[in-house]
Structures are given as structure tokens and as C-alpha cells.
Ligand binder design. Structure first.
Ligand code: UD1
Length: 416
């Protein structure tokens, strides 16, 4: 477990090249479990969640080679069970359920861990599998699902869950007949997985809309693919420029995917310039406060919620943010208050009184995006801050300190 030492109040400027999306790469890795042959995945971020998922795949008999941003997967036979310790370390492991159920007819997974941001039940996933003919048992802390061959079903989600949409899409690729998912999630990562599955020979259409249709096929092959840019990594670095009063550009992004965030930044008074594949921001003389609510895509992303709350500490006036996707996602606000911020969480909303002069403090990251918010707060604070438990940050940001050093930040990784 390392720490970051941050000396704040240095305006950042420059360019940051954005990696492939964590939340797509992890799902493409598990989708490969449905296929046969050699996959070459490009633009894969070197983050610990990808390493953890590589461990899960290896335990299932997949050969995994990861060099630079190229991940090579050789899938021949898939066997056995998911290693429990790995599953517990990462919520996305629940995604192996869909592919393994489709491929092996049985899957047993430990109830997954992941970020500590609310209850995160799996009822939508499990109800979908059941509608496709699976029998599911809950044994203590694990789920066991069985289905000799899944069949197609017309499934209406009570909520557009990202993970459930992906899981049912994957399971349905090899089910007998047609599956329709209604009220599906519309995130860009869902389109990525559709394109990936279709590259393997699946017949999926409609991703990016609320209705996804999957016609089951008997067998899937392999494909080469480049992972969609990470809109949350990009958004986090745009905020790093603005929270320090600086200006800069993120490149290798899909600007459309950043639209809900860019709209908010413009409303706060920031200069926003969009060019093909890149977005620049310029700090205004004063940032304005805002009101925003998170929501499923194309709503404001919950994964940008902590970072934008950090930015609100530097905006004039009272900002209000409603969190409607997850409960209990405000733990990091106590830490930001240690820097001198004035943030009051209240049930599902958080109120931020700005602008506050932040000064360095000793902080502890409690989850991935909350950890990123602490780095932003520290970059805006006078003097030195220490941020502990940065393994949470390493789950989803590749060498964050190096990216930030490249644009002028004073940040170092300290060994424990
Ligand atoms: C994914 C992302 C996560 C992001 C989230 C919402 C990955 C690895 N993680 O998480 O970073 O914050 O989308 O954009 O891709 N829910 C249920 N029952 C279910 C499933 C979900 O009630 O069966 C609830 C959850 O508790 C949560 C909400 O639905 O309150 C959203 O969850 P979901 O969209 O499934 O998010 P994840 O796929 O877990």
C-alpha cells in the first residue's frame, strides 16, 4: 500500500493521453470466455483491476499475455471455478457469470466485493438468468447458477443496470433463440461489448438504445479489438486542470461520451473546446456553483460524482449534487473536509459551500473515485497532503502520479 505526497496550488497545464476504459476492458476480457482462439485487445489500461481479472482468466484456463497496452488472450478450453479471493477483490468478477453459464452450463461465484459504495445487489442479473432458464441457488456467501442450455427471453429490467445489461447480453449470445433486453443501460461501454461480441460472431444489435436484441448462435470465435477511451479517466484529468486554475487538453477521447460533464463545466464558467478526439478546458477567473443529479447514461456519471464535488469546493456559492445511482457514496467528503472544505452530505444529496481555501492534510482513500477526488482536493490545497491507501486509486488509474507530473503537478508516490 503506497501513499501519494501532494504539494498543491500549482496550476496544471499540458496534454494528457487517455487510456482505454477500465469498465470496458474488464468486460471484454470476460466476454472472451465465450469464444475460441486468440484475441488481441489494444488500448488496455495497466491498472490493478485488469491484473486481477487476468488472474481470474488464468485460473479458468485462459493464456494471458499483457505487454504495454496490448493484452493477448488465448482461449481454448475453459474450465472450473472462479478463484474466490480474486472474485471478492473485484465487483466486475460477477460478470463471469453470464459467459460461464453460457459456456459451461454451471457457474459458482462468491458474492462479489469491489468499491464500498452502497449495497449493490444482483437481483436484476439473477432474475434475467432465471428468465433464460437458469436455476439459481444462494449458498451462504456464494451464488450457484445452472442451466444445461439457456434459452432466449423477453426481459424487462426494473432499472438500466450496466452490469446486468452486459451479463445478459453475454449469456444470450449462445442461448437458444432470441433475447430482448428492455430498459437496457446505454453506456458507451455497452456499445463496446456489442461490437466485440459481434466481432466474435455473435448477433447483437441495439446497444446504445434501451432495447437490445440478441440472436443466439452455437459457437463464437475470437477477434481483435481496441478498447473505447476511458471517459471517467478523461473527466478526472479535466477537473485536475480546472481545480488548480490551470488549463489543458485530454487526447484520445470520444468527446461525445464526455457531454454530460462538459455541459456542467461550461455552466460553471469553464472554457471548453472540443476537437476531433480531444477536449481542452480553460479556467475562468471564478468557477460558478451548480446543481446536478447523477443518472444512468446519458445522465451525469456517478463515477464523476466525487471528483466534481471536489471541484465544487473551488466554485463560488453553494452547489448541490444528488446521487441517485448508488447509496452511500459520500465517504470521501469527510476526508475533503479535513482539507478545509465545507461539504455536507445529507441522505442522497451533498451540499458544498464554496469557495473554500483548502490546506494540506493527511487523508485516506476509501474507494476508487473517492480516492481520485482526494487527489484533486490535495492539488488545490496550500501546502502538503498525504493520501493513504492509494491501492484503491491504482485499481482504475494507470500511474496517476506520472500523468499528473507530466502536466506540472507536484505529486510523488511514497512506498509504505
Ligand atoms: C458499473 C460500473 C461502475 C459505475 C456503474 C454505474 C463497472 C465495473 N462498474 O457498475 O463504475 O458506477 O456501472 O454507471 O463497469 N442494482 C440493483 N440490482 C442489480 C444491479 C444493480 O439494484 O441487480 C443497482 C445497484 O445497486 C446500483 C445501481 O443499480 O444502485 C447501478 O448499478 P449498475 O448499473 O449495475 O452498476 P455496476 O454494473 O455495478
Amino acid at each position: 500500500m503506497g501513499k501519494f505526497l501532494v504539494e498543491g496550488r500549482h496550476p496544471l497545464s499540458g496534454r494528457i493521453s487517455i487510456n482505454g476504459a477500465k469498465n470496458s476492458a474488464l468486460k471484454l476480457m470476460v466476454a472472451a470466455l465465450l469464444g475460441h482462439g486468440t484475441f488481441r485487445l489494444e488500448n488496455v489500461p495497466r491498472i490493478t483491476d485488469v491484473e486481477t481479472m487476468a488472474g481470474v482468466l488464468r485460473a479458468l484456463g485462459v493464456e494471458v499475455h499483457f505487454t504495454s497496452d496490448l493484452l493477448k488472450l488465448d482461449v481454448s478450453s475453459v474450465r472450473g471455478q472462479t478463484p474466490e479471493a480474486l472474485v471478492k477483490a473485484m465487483r466486475a468478477s460477477v460478470q463471469v457469470m453470464g459467459p460461464l453459464l453460457a459456456r459451461l452450463g454451471r457457474v459458482e461465484v462468491a458474492r462479489p466485493g469491489g468499491c464500498n459504495i452502497g449495497s449493490r445487489p444482483l437481483d436484476i442479473h439473477l432474475a434475467g438468468f432465471e428468465q433464460m432458464g437458469a436455476k439459481i441457488e444462494v449458498k451462504d456467501d456464494r451464488f450457484v447458477a445452472r442451466a444445461p442450455r439457456l434459452h432466449g427471453a423477453d426481459i424487462t429490467f426494473r432499472y438500466p443496470s450496466v452490469g446486468a445489461t452486459e451479463n445478459i447480453m453475454m449469456a444470450a449470445t449462445m442461448a437458444k433463440g432470441r433475447t430482448i433486453i428492455r430498459n437496457a443501460a446505454r453506456e458507451p461501454e455497452i456499445i463496446d461489448i456489442q461490437d466485440f461480441l459481434n466481432g466474435m460472431g455473435a448477433q447483437v444489435q441495439g446497444a446504445g438504445t434501451p432495447v437490445i436484441t440478441i440472436d443466439g448462435v452455437r459457437e463464437l470465435g475470437a477477434t481483435d479489438f481496441s478498447v473505447v477511451p476511458d471517459r471517467i479517466e478523461a473527466g478526472t484529468y479535466l477537473l485536475a486542470f480546472l481545480i488548480t486554475g490551470g488549463s489543458g487538453t485530454v487526447e484520445h477521447v470520444v468527446p461525445d461520451h464526455l457531454a454530460p460533464l462538459l455541459d456542467l463545466l461550461e455552466a460553471m464558467g469553464a472554457g471548453v473546446e472540443i476537437r476531433e478526439g480531444e477536449v481542452s478546458v480553460v479556467s475562468p477567473p471564478a468557477l460558478k456553483s451548480f446543481q446536478v443529479s447523477t443518472g444512468p447514461y446519458p445522465g451525469f456519471p456517478t463515477d464523476m460524482q466525487p471528483q466534481v464535488v471536489a471541484l465544487a469546493t473551488q466554485a463560488e456559492g453553494r452547489s448541490e449534487l444528488k446521487e441517485v445511482v448508488f447509496d452511500r457514496r459520500f465517504g470521501y467528503t469527510l476526508e475533503l473536509n479535513k482539507l478545509g472544505a465545507n461539504i455536507a452530505p445529507n441522505n442522497r444529496a451533498v451540499f458544498i459551500q464554496g469557495k473554500t481555501d483548502l490546506s494540506g492534510a493527511s487523508l485516506t482513500a476509501g474507494d476508487l473515485r473517492g480516492g481520485a477526488a482526494l487527489v484533486l482536493g490535495a492539488l488545490a490545497a496550500e501546502g502538503q497532503s498525504i493520501i493513504g491507501d492509494i491501492e484503491h486509486i491504482d485499481r482504475g488509474y494507470e500511474a496517476m502520479e506520472e500523468r499528473l507530473q507530466g502536466v506540472g503537478a507536484k505529486i510523488q508516490r511514497l512506498a509504505d
